[in-house]
Design a protein around this ligand. Structure first.
Ligand code: A3P
Length: 366
């Protein structure tokens, strides 16, 4: 998963290491029953699929995709066919263990930041964020290499990874909504951290990112078209309101299992939110650590400015073939004001009130 040059420069234990055991049965059969079918035109991501999978895909409602030709409505949320393969394999084969940590987000809500912070908090006794100037794994590895996604790394292509060698607490990430995750994390002691960003900035961040990384075979999504799709809920892992509500409700129902954090809160008050995160993960900061400046050092190490300037985040690729540099754009709250027209902002605001207002889930936009 990580290139050998990266493995040489950082302690081997830091990068989760696993082998693929086998493939999801549904996908293993490909090519056996005659001409295998191909995934819809997705440029480089095109791949042979079994007839069974193709048939299942064709039975799903579909819409124009943002970065691939189609998004499919699978288990009540929109996603690409490759993601469906991975999610099916994950749901069938992943076995949670006590102490597992799962970081959950809808894309472009600050997943990379949350991965960096959680990795650093959990591993601070192995990799000291205060004294480490050159040897902290974050300085040479993108956060996505340190905390793997279920659907883009571990179970991608229907693979079934061997996770037996991972150190505890195993730390994973996912974009799937809570309803599609819950059966996989039933083991007592599994903890989920959900990172939520206001829907306005999440939309603008998604729009930029997707147009930067999309396949050449797919035409660019204009801001107007993207807005209409987003408004209708048609975006990867959306509708956004259902994604947020699923984790929000669960965080209220089982606060010891699901922690709900907000991007804007971390921007405003990193210290108390980092303490909240560490306590939730059962590794609270001691007084001695606080006096030593550990909380500050973690905040600095994981800051947008610091991560963006690192060579690994300027020139490498960590998720599929996408360049890491696109993961660090502006990192601000309220950039949406530079893009959305007043009528668009009003419509989105009314939608957010309508869908989320009744549940006490509120956002700060500046
Ligand atoms: P913008 O496009 O608004 O700049 P994700 O990690 O879920 O893909 O989200 C990406 C968004 O988080 C981008 O937002 C990116 O700039 C921002 N981001 C990445 N690292 C960050 C950090 N360390 N602190 C704050 N924001 C960060």
């Amino acid at each position: 998963m990580a290139s050998s040059s990266i493995i040489k420069t950082i302690p081997l234990m830091a990068i989760p290491n696993f082998n693929v055991c086998h493939k999801l049965e549904l996908l293993k059969e490909e090519g056996k029953s005659g001409d295998p079918k191909h995934q819809e035109g997705e440029g480089k991501e095109e791949e042979v699929q079994s007839y069974e999978f193709q048939e299942m895909l064709e039975s799903l409602p579909k819409e124009r995709g943002w970065r691939t030709r189609y998004l499919y409505l699978f288990q009540g949320f929109w996603c690409q066919s490759k993601e469906i393969q991975a999610i099916m394999s994950f749901q069938k084969h992943f076995k949670s263990l006590q102490n597992d940590v799962v970081l959950a987000t809808i894309p472009k809500s600050g997943t990379t930041w949350l991965k960096a912070l959680t990795f650093t908090v959990l591993n601070r006794h192995r990799f000291d964020p205060v004294s480490s100037t050159t040897d902290h794994p974050l300085l040479t590895s993108n956060p996505h290499d340190l905390v793997p996604f279920f659907e883009y790394k571990l179970y991608a292509n229907g693979d079934v990874p061997d996770l037996s060698g991972l150190a505890s607490p195993r730390t994973f990430a996912t974009h799937v909504p809570f309803g599609s995750l819950k059966d996989s994390i039933e083991e007592p002691g599994v903890k989920v951290v959900y990172f939520c960003r206001n829907p306005f900035d999440t939309f603008i961040s998604s729009w930029h990112y997707i147009n930067n990384i999309k396949s050449e075979a797919v035409s660019p999504v204009s801001l107007e078209e993207g807005f209409d799709l987003y408004y209708r809920g048609v975006i990867g892992f959306g509708p956004f309101w259902e994604h947020m509500l699923g984790y929000w409700k669960e965080s209220l129902r089982t606060p010891e299992k699901v922690l709900f954090l907000r991007y804007e809160d971390l921007k405003q008050d990193m210290e108390s939110n980092l303490k909240k995160l560490a306590s939730f993960l059962d590794v609270p900061f001691t007084e001695e650590e606080e006096q030593k400046g550990v909380v500050h050092s973690i905040s600095d190490l994981c800051s947008f400015e610091n991560l963006k300037k690192l060579e690994v985040n300027k020139s490498s690729k960590s998720i599929k073939n996408f360049e890491n540099r696109h993961l660090f754009r502006k990192g601000e709250v309220s950039d949406w004001v530079n893009y959305l027209s007043p009528p668009q902002a009003e419509r989105l605001s009314a939608l957010v009130d309508d869908k989320l207002g009744g549940y006490g889930l509120t956002f700060r936009y500046n």
